[in-house]
Design a protein around this ligand. Structure first.
Ligand SMILES: NC(=O)c1ccc[n+]([C@@H]2O[C@H](COP(=O)([O-])OP(=O)(O)OC[C@H]3O[C@@H](n4cnc5c(N)ncnc54)[C@H](OP(=O)(O)O)[C@@H]3O)[C@@H](O)[C@H]2O)c1
Length: 258
């Protein structure tokens, strides 16, 4: 079990990729804290995880990760209830579609908040806890942060200017944080998914032409599954990736090579 004796926090854990990451980490022994704004979605995932376990492995903490107060309360809760944090998965995010010339300032700010400010806030507050705990130890334990970026952070997506800019920001923020936290043995990496079937893409994937275009432009000729991203996130968070920090792992089915 790669994650026994491990406390892991996953943002955006109520659906899609975050849900599969939570299931995967808990399945390999981690105690997982599920964060998102919608309590009912978090409860459903926690129940799914805990149903099969003798000791409950999943807890929920409803919070808006763009809100400083919420994130502070989350950090205090982790400190008081668990006393440590080994793995942080900054997965919460969301997109809107528009041309740059039609994008409102409100939409621009909203997308930056959801995808980039959230990663900064959670990394800062929970990162402080991780550093404090690392300093208290004699030998450095393997702690890790994984930020979920996007293919759009590498190649700007059509009608996704705010999202593409924010995700490129996540990739570079990851490098900066990796440098800052390396002295404490905390690795920081990002994972960039391509087109994955989740609630985020559900509406778009109902359009047959869109699906065909993705299949045509993807070397592996198909859309990805959330579990295929969760597998990679779990690897990057695990000790198997112990010499990896400041990297971005593109998991796009071969979109960028076409
Ligand atoms: N699916 C893809 O093709 C794809 C491709 C590249 C990158 N990604 C990235 O992968 C990550 C996961 O997305 P997904 O595809 O799994 O979509 P999803 O199912 O919509 O998951 C996003 C989750 O984030 C939560 N969330 C959004 N804003 C939040 C906030 N302010 N505070 C707390 N939680 C928040 C949402 O729950 P609540 O609304 O209940 O808060 C939701 O459960 C995102 O960062 C996304 O940008 C996805």
């Amino acid at each position: 079990m790669r994650f026994s004796q491990t406390i892991a926090l996953i943002t955006g854990a109520g659906s899609g990729i975050g849900k599969e990451v939570a299931i995967r980490l808990a399945g390999e022994g981690a105690r997982v804290v599920l964060v998102g704004r919608t309590k009912s979605k978090l409860e459903a995932v926690a129940n799914e995880i805990n149903r099969t376990k003798r000791i409950p492995m999943a807890e929920i903490f409803p919070a808006d990760v763009t809100d400083e107060e919420d994130v502070k309360e989350l950090s205090d809760y982790i400190n008081v209830h668990f006393g440590d944090l080994h793995i942080l998965i900054n997965n919460a995010g969301g997109a809107k579609n528009s041309k740059i010339l039609d994008t409102t300032e409100e939409d621009w700010d909203d997308v930056q908040k959801t995808n980039l400010r959230s990663v900064f806030l959670v990394s800062k507050m929970l990162g402080n806890l991780m550093v404090t705990k690392a300093k208290e130890e004699s030998g450095l334990q393997g702690r890790a942060i994984v930020n979920v970026a996007s293919l759009s952070g590498h190649q700007a997506g059509q009608f996704l200017p705010h999202y593409s800019a924010a995700k490129a920001g996540v990739i570079n923020f990851t490098r900066a944080l990796a440098l800052e936290l390396a002295p404490y043995g905390i690795r920081v990496n990002s994972v960039s998914p391509g087109f994955i079937e989740t609630p985020l893409t559900e509406q778009g994937l109902q359009n047959d032409k869109f699906v065909k275009a993705i299949e045509r432009n993807t070397a592996l000729k198909r859309i990805g599954k959330a579990t295929e991203i969760a597998n990679v996130i779990a690897f990057v968070a695990s000790e198997e990736a112990s010499y990896m920090t400041g990297s971005d792992v593109l998991v796009d089915g071969g979109w960028l090579i076409k």
